[in-house]
Design a binder for this molecule. Structure first.
Ligand code: SF4
Length: 453
């Protein structure tokens, strides 16, 4: 970490003001929330504009080359708009590169270096010492709307997928004790959160590094295991949605919790590909035909189950046959929602050294073909919702139309439900909606008369 100026030019009772630019995945967003929670607790205020901020913190993403370019662009904007800039997050591991381009940066820290970021902020912009203002709101400081929140249960990953450098950036799996997670969940619920999005790099592996040790929450011993944690979270009576699950065998044990209504019947499992040859090159489980069988059994047990996934196409060595196999697999799998990335080399990833890199135009063309193929499948699944009644959590109120999501849709990445005749519905309200129409991504309906909650 390198630190520049120590003066902030503030005097008297004016609080120091921080601007924040948060880039990257929901996990980075949670890091930003934690940093802000701590700074707010120390009396710093947030500024929505570069001009009014005393310094700007840029939380970067360094996963793909395109994300790095976006991060560098954001740093450039912050330098031009404010001039006093601290950089943190995944791109922070390339400090020399950042400093070469932006020599006036005050400090650079890497991912998860909370203490180092806070120290850098203190050094560049000392906190105001006034205990009357040092109160943290009970829910901490969230960047998500008040009615939903991301809850990070672990950091790091023990896998070694060849296209990914997250284990290098974030280290091996490091889980939080179950009691810590549950206390944070309880605070969020008390603050009005209606939906918790459970995240980690490898959510299904939660607790393995702790030997699944128990910890005590409200007099009960809870094991640090995803099934036990999900069950305990389910008792808060709000929506619990699990993200980023590796396809472990023990996911099957989550289905009874879905049937009981403890967690949402929603799996987010990045399958990445279906061709055994490509999966082996990716260093991922290569038995996708077995996965089809599991999907069939899951749906038999829990017909409401919605499955979201993501894929990488144009991987080095991927043949047209591999790609066709993936399209056929998707036809069989009938996934509800799919995201797809065209392969890109990531500095430091093992896959960069693989033979058979494909031209970018072919990678992009396969991405487009996959999305078109899946759009038809997703649209067909949405069409089957017409006539159903779904419980919808409202994200945006509106005079004529409110917008929300059912259990089948995670915020930001999935679709939405447009609710006509909303009659005063507000963000965070839960309402039963009769679905009247659908398109490729979204559903449309009206509240069922007299039915809320
Ligand atoms: S499981 Fe996910 S985070 Fe871990 S190495 Fe593979 S892609 Fe990266």
């Amino acid at each position: 970490m390198t630190v520049g100026s120590r003066t902030n030019g503030k005097s008297g009772g004016e609080p120091p003001r921080i601007g924040l630019v948060s880039l990257g995945c929901p996990k980075a967003l949670v890091d930003s929330e934690r940093i802000l929670a701590r700074l707010r607790a120390e009396g710093y205020e947030l500024s929505a504009s570069y001009e009014k901020a005393d310094l700007v913190l840029v939380n970067t993403c360094g996963f793909l080359d395109s994300a790095k370019a976006e991060s560098l662009e954001a740093i450039g904007e912050a330098v031009a708009g404010n001039g006093r800039v601290i950089v943190t997050g995944c791109l922070g591991v390339e400090a020399a590169r950042i400093r070469e381009r932006f020599p006036t940066i005050l400090a650079i820290t890497g991912p998860q270096q909370y203490e180092a970021v806070i120290e850098a902020v203190h050094a560049a912009l000392p906190p105001r010492h006034d205990p009357r203002f040092d109160l943290l709101p009970p829910e901490g400081t969230k960047l998500t709307p008040r009615h939903y929140a991301y809850l990070k249960i672990a950091e790091g990953c023990d896998h070694r997928c060849s296209f990914c450098i997250i284990p290098k950036l974030r280290g091996p799996l490091a889980s939080r004790p179950a009691a810590h997670v549950l206390h944070e969940a309880e605070r969020l619920v008390k603050a009005g959160v209606k939906e918790l999005l459970i995240i980690a790099q490898d959510t299904g592996a939660y607790g393995r590094d702790l030997g699944h040790a128990v910890s005590s929450f409200r007099g009960e011993e809870i094991r640090a295991h995803i099934v036990d944690l999900a069950r305990a979270l389910g008792r808060f009576g709000i929506w619990i949605r699990l993200h980023y699950l590796y396809p472990y065998a023990h996911l099957d044990a989550l289905l009874p919790l879905m049937l009981e209504g403890a967690i949402l019947p929603y799996f987010d499992i990045p399958f990445q590909h279906a061709s055994p040859a490509v999966l082996r090159a990716m260093r991922r489980p290569a038995r996708q035909e077995r996965m089809l069988e599991r999907l069939r059994r899951w749906r038999e047990t829990c017909p409401e189950l919605v499955v979201r996934s993501s894929f990488v196409v144009g991987f080095p060595g991927e043949t047209e046959e591999d790609f066709s196999l993936l399209l056929d697999w998707l036809e069989e799998a009938q996934l509800d929602r799919v995201g797809c990335f065209a392969y890109e080399d990531v500095a430091g990833a093992a896959a960069n050294l693989l033979p058979g890199h494909l031209p970018p135009a072919i990678r992009e063309e396969r991405r487009r073909r996959l999305m078109e193929h899946q759009e038809r499948i997703s649209a067909g699944k949405l069409e089957r919702r017409v006539g159903q009644e779904l419980r919808v959590l409202i994200d945006d109120g509106g005079e004529d139309v409110a917008v929300g999501r059912s259990y089948a849709d995670a915020p930001e990445i999935d679709g939405r439900v447009h609710v006509a005749k909303p009659a005063g519905l507000k963000p965070g309200d839960l309402v039963w909606v009769r679905i009247a129409a659908s398109d490729a991504h979204d559903l449309y309906g009206e509240p069922v008369a007299g039915e809320t909650g």
